[in-house]
Ligand binder design. Sequence first.
Ligand code: WT7
Length: 675
Amino acid sequence: MSKTIYEPHPSISKKAYVRSMNQYKEFYKKSIDNPDEFWGEISKQFYWETPADPNKFFSYNFDTKKGPINIKWMEGASTNISYNLLDKNIKNGMGDKIAFYWEGNDPEDYSRLTYKKLLEEVCKFANVLKSKGVQKGDRVAIYMPMILEIVVAMLACTRIGAVHSIVFAGFSSDSLAERMVDCKCKVLLTADSVFRGDKLLRLKEICDEAMQRSKKLGHEVAACIVVRHLRRLNCSINSNNFENSPASKPIPMTDDRDFWWDDEMEDASSSCYPVWVGAEDPLFMLYTSGSTGKPKGVLHTTGGYLLYAATTFKYVFDYHPGDIYWCTADVGWITGHSYVVYGPLANGATSVIFEGTPFYPKNDRFWSIVAKYKVNQFYTAPTAIRSLMKFGDEPVKKHDLTTLRVLGTVGEPINPEAWLWYYKQIGGDRCSIVDTFWQTETGGHVLTPLPGATPMKPGSATFPFFGVLPELLDENGKVIEGEGEGYLVFRRPWPGMMRTLFGNHERFEQTYFSKFDGFYCTGDGARRDEDGYLWVTGRVDDMLNVSGHLMSTSEVESVLSEHSSVSEAAVVPRPHPVKGECLYCFITPNQGMTFNDKLVAELKLRVRERIGPFATPDIVQHAPGLPKTRSGKIMRRVLRKIAVNDRNIGDTSTLADESIIELLFKNRPESVATA
Ligand code: WT7
């Protein structure tokens, strides 16, 4: 039998900021008993143009019965994030330190950026944004690959108090348009194209479609600024006759709307005085799927987010000056915001930023990058670990991974098998694994081990971070003490949590605070074991998690239902060995329409095009009817069972028509293996 508890290796604990559980408990107690003092102390690491009032460090209301939900940290203080991340570090002698090593999709492409150079670029681009009319509070949409300009773009926004709204560059043009219209962005930033593995993605073309669609929906951007990325690459597409390569295809540019990044930067001044903004002024927004309706624009503000991203980064990765840190997440997701950009830079860290995929040019790419840069902290997703496990240990053994100390995972529960492989094969039985539970909404880690302190249990996100007060509630909202399982909620805000949904505070209150008065509701379930460890068990709402990408069943259902042959669609998650979950779709065709392979292919393509490739359904099954309650609600619980061929469907007494169940079991595509 394998062990159930893994103590941090003494070599890790010895050097850590937090070296034992007792020390963790001490810090944690202070953060809960005296949050003003705890975070007030931390806030002194940063520059405030106007300091916070220590007697009114934070205020909040988590109870809809007592009035509107509000969360405020250091209200009245003012600062600038780019100033804290760049100018301040440079003043402290870090100007020539590397902020980022950039590693391209192709190993021949790489570069680096110092703090000094990053500041210069940020100031120049802030001036470019100003020249396009961008002012404090304006939204700037960013649809960019993992290139250094995405960091420059984000920080340039913060320099002038503009609000960035990044859309992951794997979303379709429709998804991008919907988000641009919702946030009414003034400017859109992108790149010509990018290679992911050997696939070429023409980002500017997607942006053109999105801008066209956005215009139809009544919103026009003032400018679109495009990084000329492909031409500067060294890799074979350029050396082998660029003019004849697909990458050389001209990029259509619309006069007076589209501009090349490098042209704009040429004459831009490299000085830009920071705009001081309020601690509670918006920093950025980032869309996340909602279980109903359109995506939610999660809004984060300046002061609290800075404190929280910086502090979680320091303690959870145990980052010490001189370490090399690498987070593989795309900047288009919250993980990239907090732990590629804001957290690391706030600590003056040196990071790797990687444009490519784990499988290109070969399946050892991650490990070759760890060895190349002598990475100390490595942060990735369970789905990546599982997909790399498949190739065995050979690709790993080729590389020296002994510099690693901390291994992180995020995005979904990690199965013990993947955890153990990560621990043994990547971590050499020596590294601490931090299984970090958090959400776009939480801004930073909320449940996580600390590498030098927490004895690890494979699959458990363990204990709360400083300042976080988790509870488990039963269906009636009663707090579960000790061992048990229930809804994972939080009793109190920490500095980095979201403040509202952009333009829709009512939906914010409804989604997160209406289920249980006085608590922020995560939408996840969790279990507390006999040692007090927390195990996140997954979503309790109609959301599913494919390769760490959260999406709602209704979002996919509405795309499927738009097809002219489809009468009704129901989507459920089904366990998947690599992706964690995949989409299993039940389709009821319109009267007279036949269900065939052509329809299946069309439906898959439609979801791909409308939402993005990561949302492509794995299985589309014919459903002559759907299991519904007498009131017409689809019983997804039953469909989940059918998806895995489990006949144990439980109580069906509320079903309007029980005969449909047998039909659906019979209609399971033969190619589907039983789970
Ligand atoms: C949802 C949030 C936070 C960045 C990535 C995803 C799931 C996330 C874990 C974990 C179990 C996890 C939850 C959560 N999740 N991390 N360590 N263990 N589940 O951000 O898209 O906002 O998704 O991801 O279900 O609610 P997101």
